[in-house]
Design a protein around this ligand. Structure first.
Ligand SMILES: [Zn+2]
Length: 73
């Protein structure tokens, strides 16, 4: 029974983490101060340490980020 509950908790935590990633529509680069759509090809090349996840465009603009010229968010 303990194993069963451990499995359930693991699934819930994984689902929560996955949902957090999906909920972030925009990804900013803390180094270049540019932001992208989460599915922009530049996001894949970005250093994970520089990634800043944002939910809205306003959030990115207010934080001083400029839109990427490639994905034009
Ligand atoms: Zn981009």
């Amino acid at each position: 029974m303990k194993k069963f509950f451990a499995a359930i908790v693991t699934i819930i935590l994984m689902t929560a983490a996955f949902t957090t990633v999906l909920a972030s529509s925009y990804v900013g680069n803390a180094n270049s101060k540019k932001f992208h759509y989460a599915d922009c090809s530049m996001v894949g090349k970005m250093n994970p340490a520089n990634k800043v996840f944002m939910n809205t465009r306003e959030e990115a603009i207010n934080a001083g980020y400029v839109p990427c010229k490639r994905c034009n968010p």
